[in-house]
Design a binder for this molecule. Sequence first.
Ligand SMILES: [Cu+2]
Length: 104
Amino acid sequence: MRRPFIRTAILALLVWPCCVLAATVQIQIKGMNFHPDTVTVTPGTTVTWTNDDSFAHTATSDTKLWDSGLLQPGRSFSHTFDKPGSFPYHCSVHTFMTGTVTVK
Ligand SMILES: [Cu+2]
């Protein structure tokens, strides 16, 4: 009765980290910067921006592919990148804040 549970738990531990790492990338917004400001991901990856600053920011595509809208402190926004390419973005409140997501 115990063994199948242990086997399932071990399997879950082996599978879970690889899939999570492959499918999502976190970008922190802090100190008026995107951290990291450039990321390279594989197609199908979901990028999540989290605002860890004490005031609102956005993650807005330069080519209008996505727009987080105003992200209040502590809030997150996610976008999934399906097609290869280079996707620059900025904060629409502070336009000097820029970043790029490269998909290949
Ligand atoms: Cu900003």
